[in-house]
Design a protein around this ligand. Structure first.
Ligand SMILES: *Cc1c(COP(=O)(O)O)cnc(C)c1O
Length: 385
């Protein structure tokens, strides 16, 4: 199928004959202004305020997690989650090479070294088969039952799968393997708010999960992140260290740990609450768009990425897979040249200068996808209601 046909279909679908069509923009039609103005009128714009608590309550309801802790962005949420899982200097963390750079950065911020293991072609997320094979071939247990990399002698302190573009990875299988090997599972669910596997929300299959509310995500609060967990001790500690580890007292300053100033301001939380009120509406709207794309690509050599089996995806970014690298590049050139914004999937983390020396497996599927995957415009299409 020639690029021009796809571009015309995108323009038709967004009812925009000319001008720029972005990849993904925020959608505000509810209480956003009202709640943000409320924080200004009340002077509670900073890290103390009712909207932060309300946002956390809403995230508990949506994900079903026992604890939800709001932070300033998804990167800091992941950074803290990794520390709480036990990542420190001299440990390793298994993740996928096909992810946004923040995943690998947060691992290093926590003191860990990323180890890149391949993804599955159908989910675009960490492959349980590749994970099992890596662990079988490269790790052993020490006297305390900890999983140790046989070559580097470092402890594997966590495994961080990522639900790419909102498509759930094979998370139940990954959780089972992590359990078997005694490796804490931390899900980078930054892109998968509203995505489920067997009715269970992504981010809640392991010890910890993290979300992002950056401007380009499914819903946004300018910048924001959330940590979720069902573990009581970790839940309390997450809140404590994200708020400078200050011990509650009416007037005294006493801090009992090296804390972080990662608490989300009330100003952002207000926007988050208004956005989450619209979440179901947004998800439905995005599913309708995905269904249109799916129909369009049905008989094409270009494959539309659909929800993996037994999952419900949020279709944050609609995704197509070209038959080869040349057709991917042609389409990127044509579409962006005609003001229809499209983007290739990320360059593999293992090819970036700061991560090129990290341990990795063959990454066969990751390399295959890197050459073929493109995201196409996926914003909510406003409707009169
Ligand atoms: C967006 C994103 C993050 C980081 O979120 P920020 O809020 O931008 O810090 C982390 N991981 C993945 C996979 C993301 O897409």
């Amino acid at each position: 199928m020639e690029s021009q046909k796809i571009i015309s279909f995108i323009r038709e679908t967004f009812k925009q004959k000319e001008g720029f069509i972005p990849l993904h923009v925020p959608y505000f039609r509810g209480n956003e202004k009202k709640y943000v103005l409320d924080t200004i009128d009340s002077t509670f714009v900073s890290s103390v305020g009712a909207y932060v608590t309300r946002f956390e309550e809403m995230m508990k309801n949506i994900t079903g997690a026992k604890y939800a802790i709001a932070t300033v962005n998804g990167t800091t949420a992941l950074h803290l989650a990794l520390i709480l899982a036990g990542v420190k200097n001299g440990t390793e963390v298994i993740t996928q090479p096909l992810t946004f750079v923040a995943t690998a950065n947060a691992i290093v911020h926590a003191g860990g070294m990323p180890v890149f293991v391949d993804v599955d072609i159908d989910t675009l997320g960490l492959s349980p088969t590749a994970l099992r094979q890596f662990l079988l071939e490269h790790t052993e247990r020490d006297e305390n039952g900890k999983c140790i990399n046989k070559t580097s002698k470092r402890r594997i302190a966590a495994c961080v799968p990522m639900h790419t573009f909102g498509f759930p990875a094979k998370i139940a299988e990954i959780a089972e393997i992590c359990n078997e090997y005694g490796i804490p599972l931390v899900e980078d669910a930054a892109e998968s708010l509203g995505s489920y596997t067997n009715g269970r929300h992504t981010g809640t299959f392991g010890l910890l999960g993290t979300f992002s509310f950056n401007g380009n995500k499914t819903v946004t609060c300018g910048g924001g992140g959330v940590i979720v967990t069902n573990d009581d001790s970790i839940g309390h500690k997450a809140k404590h260290i994200s708020t400078t580890a200050k011990v509650q007292h009416s007037w005294e300053f006493y801090h009992d740990d090296i804390g972080y100033n990662y608490r989300l301001p009330n100003l952002n939380a207000a926007l988050a609450c208004a956005q989450l009120e619209e979440l179901n509406h947004i998800l439905t709207n995005k599913k309708e768009l995905a269904a249109l794309y799916k129909g369009f690509f049905r008989d094409s050599a270009i494959k539309f990425v659909d929800e993996p089996q037994a999952t419900s995806a949020n279709f944050w970014l609609n995704t197509i897979v070209f038959p080869d690298h040349e057709s991917q590049q042609d389409f990127l050139r044509e579409s962006n040249g005609h003001q229809v914004m499209t983007r290739p999937i990320w360059k593999l983390m293992s090819s970036l200068p700061m991560y090129q020396y990290c341990e990795k497996d063959s990454l066969t599927n990751s390399k295959w996808l890197e050459e073929r995957v493109v995201n196409i415009p996926s914003s909510v299409r406003p409707k009169s209601k």
